[in-house]
Design a binder for this molecule. Structure first.
Ligand SMILES: Cc1ncc(COP(=O)(O)O)c(C=O)c1O
Length: 478
């Protein structure tokens, strides 16, 4: 068999050439987007047109134009007017660490396939445990996303709290978890994957301010028990996705202690507040959690996917996927921390610890404090400016960098306002001047923003407010 093509593919010289060109292109992209000089955050194209474009490119396109065209056809998260979903503009150095992971491709399942990243993973997760406030029994893992981390945490919870061995023997009892009705949908999905069914995910209503209503906990718990359900865990959101409101973790922690439940904190978005001196109080009580999820790719300046799952008692991390009974593992905890696939859902995963470690080593924890504090401050200022504006309505006073609001006008019905706000968001998307998203809360359509870029200015936010009002007024008069 000829190997000429393979030799071309692996040519170090070709890599150098493509690499330098790409770095130059990405540098230009960063300059244009960060400065806001790029006119658009997104060059909107409908899905069918986009598919047709790439089919044609496959046939006739110039391969050397591939990366520039990808840049043109994606959402620019480094643009200060990207204020949409909860993925961060990654720190360029962290993206380079991702490139190293892609090239070295150590699979991380066993220690030999990733010596440095396995050791580094332990160091990084130990540091996160410390900042949560855990003692020395704690430990953690890095895993592929908050969704998988929440599932892993609930599997650990079931192993630890349910009286019979579901992992080996299957379901016998009707099991359940308590969770806010505003929790991320992946918690619901995790419970369903675990076979808990609809009745096994008990959704506690939220307060007017969208936090889990802790005054209802006892009633919902007793009702579940009376129905014959074995409740084994409670999940707190820090914060919830739609509104960015934190649940009262202290109350949830005390409740879980009282009833011997596993307490899991989904801090995928805002667990990073453990690093903010100013906003640390939003996660008061997080140290009571048996497990905590924090996404590096949301508030911690890292590219996808860089999720940490931390356990108060490290033994539970070792027991999650173990075939053996928990007590047999008690003495092996420290022996085998470096063979990571024993504790992760994945077999192969990326060397995601590199991103965490490199940012810590280069910039220190102050970077995380600065980022979270800047973004939450912006959320608060944006919220205050909306509150003062009679043509806009805030869904709830922001506790984080997630701000939901809508265009309003006196004596216009909610049905029409819903339609107007939907159209405002669609117009913004298609024009590409801002990228924001949307959410529906208690039947009301809101524009949803997450300020992820520390260089988004108050002026950007003012222009967004003005544009929303302009569009709203134009739609009303047309
Ligand atoms: C609170 C919360 N939990 C979990 C997730 C899912 O995390 P991932 O997207 O990393 O799977 C999200 C994503 O937005 C979230 O906001």
């Amino acid at each position: 068999m000829e190997k000429e093509l393979l030799k071309t593919v692996y040519s170090p010289e070709a890599f150098r050439k493509h690499g330098y060109t790409l770095i130059d292109e990405l540098t230009g992209h960063l300059e244009r987007t960060l400065s806001g000089k790029a006119a658009r955050v997104i060059n909107w194209n409908g899905p069918e047109d986009e598919k047709a474009y790439w089919l044609e490119f496959l046939e006739k396109g110039d391969a050397s134009r591939f990366f520039p065209e990808v840049l043109n056809h994606t959402t620019h998260v480094h643009h200060p007017r990207y204020i949409g979903h909860q993925v961060c503009p990654p720190a360029p150095l962290a993206s380079l660490a991702g490139l190293v992971s892609s090239m070295l491709n150590n699979g991380m399942a066993v220690y030999e396939m990733g010596m440095a990243p396995s050791a580094i993973e332990r160091i990084v997760t130990d540091l996160l445990c410390k900042r949560i406030g855990y003692d020395t029994q704690s430990c953690g893992i890095l895993t592929s996303g908050g969704t998988l981390a929440n599932l892993t945490a609930l599997l650990a919870a079931r192993k630890a709290k349910v009286s019979h061995d579901v992992w080996n023997k299957g379901h016998k009892d009707r099991l359940a978890v308590l969770v806010s009705e505003e929790a991320h949908y992946c918690v619901d999905r995790a419970a369903k994957i675990m076979g808990l069914g609809e009745e096994g995910i008990i959704k506690i209503p939220v307060t007017k301010g969208f936090a889990l209503d802790t005054s209802l906990l006892e009633t919902y718990y007793i009702n579940a028990k009376q129905k014959g359900l074995e409740v084994f865990a409670i999940v707190g959101s820090a914060p919830s996705t739609a509104t960015g409101v934190y649940d009262d973790l202290e109350v949830l922690g005390n409740f879980s202690k009282k009833h011997d439940l596993w307490f899991h904190v989904d801090g995928a978005h805002g667990g990073a507040a453990i690093f903010s001196k100013k906003y640390r109080s939003t996660v008061n009580g997080i140290d009571m959690a048996d497990s905590v999820v924090i996404d590096g790719h949301k508030m911690m300046l890292m590219p996808t996917i860089t999720t940490a799952l931390l356990f108060k008692e490290g033994i539970h991390s070792h027991a999650t996927f173990s075939q053996k009974a928990e007590y047999l593992l008690q003495h092996s905890e420290d022996e085998d921390w470096y063979n990571l696939a024993k504790r992760t859902f994945e077999c192969t995963k990326t060397m995601m610890s590199l991103q965490w470690y490199l940012l810590l080593k280069t910039y220190g924890e102050t970077l995380f404090d600065q980022n979270v504090t800047t973004l939450y401050d912006l959320g608060s200022s944006f919220g205050a400016s909306i509150q003062k504006d009679p043509q806009l309505e805030l869904a709830v006073i922001p506790m984080s960098n997630i701000v939901c609001f809508r265009y309003v006008s006196p004596s216009i019905s909610d049905v029409l306002l819903n339609e107007i706000n939907l159209n405002i968001r669609q117009q913004l998307l298609e024009e590409g001047t801002f990228y924001i998203v949307q959410t529906r809360l208690r039947g009301v359509q809101y524009l949803r923003t997450t300020i992820m870029n520390p260089f988004t200015s108050l002026n950007d936010l003012k222009e967004l407010r003005n544009l929303v009002k302009e569009k709203g007024a134009a739609m009303l008069s047309s």
